[in-house]
Design a protein around this ligand. Sequence first.
Ligand SMILES: Nc1ncnc2c1ncn2[C@@H]1O[C@H](COP(=O)(O)OP(=O)(O)OP(=O)(O)O)[C@@H](O)[C@H]1O
Ligand SMILES: [Mg+2]
Length: 257
Amino acid sequence: MSRISTAIAVSGKGGTGKTTLSGLLIVSLVKAGKTPVLAIDADPNATLNETLGVKSDKSIGLLREEVRENIDSIPVGMPKETFLEYQIQDAVIEEKGFDMLAMGRPEGPGCYCYVNSVLRKYMDQISGNYPYVVMDNEAGMEHLARNTTRQADYLLITTDPSIRGIETAARIRDLAEEERLKIGHIYLVVNRVEPDSELNSALKEKIDERKLDLAGIIPRDSLIEEFDLEGKPFFDLPDDAPAMIAAKKILEQITRR
Ligand SMILES: Nc1ncnc2c1ncn2[C@@H]1O[C@H](COP(=O)(O)OP(=O)(O)OP(=O)(O)O)[C@@H](O)[C@H]1O
Ligand SMILES: [Mg+2]
């Protein structure tokens, strides 16, 4: 099956803006008509749906548990795989311009891996339906070793504008490279930069020293804080909101190469 979609995964230390960046990218893509976008929330502590104004009560994790508990309830005469495909399809929330899939909790020690293998096959089949796939990941680096992020055209690593943050981002990049993930290109995104200012020279030097490729910076934007507090979807952000403009630029920058 040929893969014609562009997959963008977002990773980074806790609280550095992964979900915010993912949400902004998805909204930019939808507003630009690059639809349908597939939004994947791969953080068990799902919050991407809130930035998109979606109520999410379904996830692959829940499905996995349900299947484990009700393995006998599969309709007679229906192949198990077909049944599961229907279930996975049912977990996809369809919205205007995008679909959303929450991965939920990863499997525990008593893994029911059959769901995962059907899921992988299903994702391969459907990803061609979406010109863009954007995946918000949980904090840290563990998920890189799991299946969800193994394949992406671009991995964006978010950081706050600090030397230590850039060090951490570089370590996440190193790990991604060590794991030999199938990732086309890895970029850094510096978030919550002082409004109307550039990166200071110490940060720029650190980025060069660690050989990180900067996709762009996102300013601290009071509208983002306000929307977060009030639970408002990013679709209602004005097009000229500084964070929105920054996300658009980042998209142009990464898809240029
Ligand atoms: N550019 C920005 N301007 C203002 N506030 C921001 C910006 N980016 C993120 N925030 C705020 O910072 C907080 C953390 O952001 P976010 O949830 O996107 O981080 P995260 O990396 O996804 O966190 P977690 O590791 O918990 O998943 C949120 O309250 C968000 O609204
Ligand atoms: Mg998050």
